[in-house]
Design a protein around this ligand. Structure first.
Ligand code: KIV
Length: 271
């Protein structure tokens, strides 16, 4: 038996069962082969190729500029590094909002060319038909509510969403709608913990929170943030598990010193 066949792959059904069994779900982003391999080996249940690639890989201020072709490229790289985790890929801004046909076309490309196991899209009632169309084609969809960064120019800020009753009620209604449409999970971003708890208790599909408190059924973070590569980004919800910015700049500056002083390479490092 090959090593591959011994690995129990995570599916959307696994995540559903984890919620039922009250086992927390873990998700991290990755955008490349090497990182995906490490994140998968670390045991996360799901890897998200987030459109946050626009920020952390390409240096854009918002997620809006990244294209479907670029997201497909990142997804292909990640898929080659993953043996166990469920691979979910974001459909980027402008590839699903305008009409359901375009949404389905984008999702099909992401599955067929990218090799994703599922797609994630932002929004509720407004994109109901797009979600319906994608799910009817047999493509698993993860919703995304609360702070939806593709709408940043409508919100105007990255502050906590749904603090007011009207927005909170819409979020609960959207959660129920996404469940009814057949989404397998919903990312809840930057909303009050009490609202995330209420949302999680009001649906049978898992919620995966980022800045949404401890009562979500799972948690997601951007990899570069959790390993401390992004010095300038320190929201309250972020826990840094490493200080890789310091480690890496330290290693680079040591390398520069070693080369300048002719310490590297030494005899053992030469042919
Ligand atoms: O793009 C992304 O990384 C995301 C996560 C923050 C959930 O959508």
């Amino acid at each position: 038996m090959s090593v591959h066949s011994e690995i129990k792959k995570i599916t959307t059904e696994t995540l559903r069962k984890m919620k039922f069994d009250k086992e927390k779900i873990t998700m991290l982003t990755a955008y490349d082969f090497t990182t995906a391999k490490m994140v998968d080996a670390g045991g996360v249940d799901s890897i998200l190729i987030g459109d946050s690639a626009a920020n952390v890989m390409a240096g854009f201020e918002t997620t809006l500029p990244i294209t479907l072709d670029q997201m497909i490229y990142h997804t292909q790289c990640v898929v080659r590094g993953v043996e166990r985790a469920l691979v979910v890929a974001d459909l980027p801004f402008g590839t699903y909002q305008s009409n359901p046909e375009k949404a389905l076309e984008s999702a099909v490309r992401m599955m067929k060319e990218g090799g994703a196991h599922a797609v994630k899209i932002e929004g509720g009632k407004e994109i109901e038909e797009s979600i319906r169309r994608i799910i009817n084609a047999g493509i698993p969809v993860c919703g995304h509510l609360g702070l939806t960064p593709q709408s940043i120019y409508q919100f105007g800020t990255y502050k906590v969403r749904a603090k007011e009753d009207a927005e909170a009620e819409k979020l609960i209604a959207d959660c129920k709608l996404l469940e009814e449409l057949g989404c397998f999970a919903i990312v809840l971003e930057k909303i009050p913990a009490a609202l995330a708890k209420r949302a999680s208790e009001s649906i049978s599909i898992p919620t995966i929170g980022i800045g949404a408190g401890a009562e979500c059924d799972g948690q997601v973070l951007v990899y570069q943030d959790m390993v401390g590569m992004n010095q300038g980004f320190s929201p309250k919800f972020l826990r840094r598990y490493l200080d890789l910015y310091t480690e890496i700049t330290g290693a680079v500056s040591q390398y520069v010193k070693d080369v300048k002083s002719a310490d590297f390479p030494n005899d053992k490092e030469s042919y």
